[in-house]
Design a protein around this ligand. Sequence first.
Ligand code: C2E
Ligand code: MG
Ligand code: MG
Length: 654
Amino acid sequence: MSSTPVAEKANILLVDDTPNNLRLLTSILKGEKYDVRRAINGMTALMGVKASKPDLILLDINMPDMTGYEVCEALKQDVSTAEIPIIFISALDEAIDKVKAFQVGGVDYITKPFEVTEVLVRIETQLALRSTQLQLQRMNQSLELRVQERTEVLEEEMARRREVQNQLFHLANHDVLTGLPNRVWLMKQVEQCIAEAQSNHVSQSQESALLDDGGGGAIDVRASQANIDSPHDPHNSPASQPELSFAVLLLSCNRFKLINDSFGHDVGDQLLLAIAQRFEQVCLAHGCLLTRWSGEEFAILMESVYSVPEVTMLVNALRQAMLAPLIFEQHEVIIGISAGIALGHAQYEQPEHVLRDADTALFQVQATHRDIYQIFHAKMREQAVLSLQLESDLRRALAEHQLSLNYQPIVLLGSEQIIGFEALVRWNHPERGWISPAEFIPVAEATGLIIPLGMWVLREACFQLKRWQRCFPLNISVNLSTKQFAQSDLIETIDQILSASGVDGRFLKLEITESAVMDNAEHATQILAALKARQIQLAIDDFGTGYSSLGYLHRFPVDTLKMDRSFVQWLDEGDGSELASSSNLEIIKATVNIAHALGMNVVAEGIETNQQQQLLTALGCEFGQGYWFSRPLTTEQVETMLASVSEERLLCLS
Ligand code: C2E
Ligand code: MG
Ligand code: MG
């Protein structure tokens, strides 16, 4: 393809075996300012074209050796010369030759003898056509180039957008801190699991319908309804349970807020990362998906589960993984976990429902502190609704002063002298009447309401004590929940209450459970030291129901061990065999002795009989509390009692 601009000074090749013709045409064309080259035969013409491409060829047809047609065909076969316009020129004037001239690729045909003007017009026309053609080609070329450039830019842009989209997708589906998939991703996966469970269920139903048809049976609507109503009731027979297909575990790190409060959020974040890594290893080994749910909560999806033990095995593996302490900035913590489990099946319709059920189960674990995991069952939902109701009622109770305190005397066992009282909260619900603390304290703990509630109790008890102390040398025991104990501003609040009420710290005894100190020894050491600095007494409540580790308690400045009612009940006549009774006696005796050896005194809780009092006295237990001496009393009852008892029945130990 020639790129010579044709319009300016076109280059024309004349091919003719007649020298006269060549001369004549040359002089005509040169006169018109064309560049002219000449060839006397076909071969010379082809060589000339190869050496330098003309803009147009005037080609004689009748030549010896090689005809003009043959020259034309040879040029058309070569891509580099195929587009040069060729005008045939010949004396022959027969239709058949003209047709052939066009067939072999000529663009025009001039017959000899020719008119000069006709030759020039035909040449100009072909050159103009050629020029336009070249222009078009150039435009096409530049257009192609621009399209190509634009395509490249677009492709780059698209690749960039794809990358941004991928990043956005990642961000939308992953947690920034841990890099784990987040709740959005989890929900999508759970949705798929539900769809799969449903399609499996449909195909299984169809199969069994076919089988049933054979046996003449109908689908049992009531049975399938029962499954919906009570999908995980453990009391249901296995046959009526919907087929287990997947499971979701909601995991919470116990007392994580305490770490955030004590060490700051940066340390909290580091710790979360370390926890996530431990969980991730377990999940990898069990082939399940770990996601960050929120704050200190993680969610695990087991995509194909066939039996409950598979799920509980996973929980145990997670618990095992958390047994070794996590070490950060010279601190060591053991993070306990609680898990709420929802077993997935075809009756679930929305992923939100699965997570709601897992959350309900987790709430149960946290409220009761009994187990590390719970599997959701339908009754829990009712309990959760009741708890919610109780929570809102309790909020109102705090605001509307529906709470009051009862005081139960604590006595010296040998002489029955009163040394003080334990303050016990009471709630007179406007519709339900008196509600037991055993019912509402767990709800208050689970919802955090225990903080304002507990502080109200402490304040109320201290002010009451101060009033009584005007006449009687008493001290008071106040229960402090694990949640309160974990509050970072606990000491500050106690200081405020002591100073406002004017109570001296040595007349106040705080009752905490073993788990409050065992679960976070480092924090407990600091708090207990601060309490000791204020001469506040410390008691371990309900000893015997938790870890029951006297050796471990020795590390803390505890004054009193409150032996749980269950120990005391062992001492009842007719409770178990002789042998059992004697071994129980041994256990109680050993506990009392070790407590004494560790510098603690012992209060036996829940004494209901004279025999219990006698045995406990004989075993060296110095103090007691229970219905045998007095039930918890209202303020007025205490005052009546105090007014009637003789001075000797009151003993001031402080
Ligand atoms: P606790 O601290 O171990 O309190 C002793 C419980 O045993 C009280 O139950 C008391 O009424 C009961 N009790 C005392 N003597 C006997 C007896 O001889 N026989 C029997 N069967 N029971 C006896 P209450 O008042 O229902 O409190 C139950 C639990 O609720 C308390 O156990 C304590 O853990 C919690 N609680 C009560 N008040 C408060 C409070 O103000 N703050 C906190 N955090 N917890 C509280
Ligand atoms: Mg108590
Ligand atoms: Mg107790």
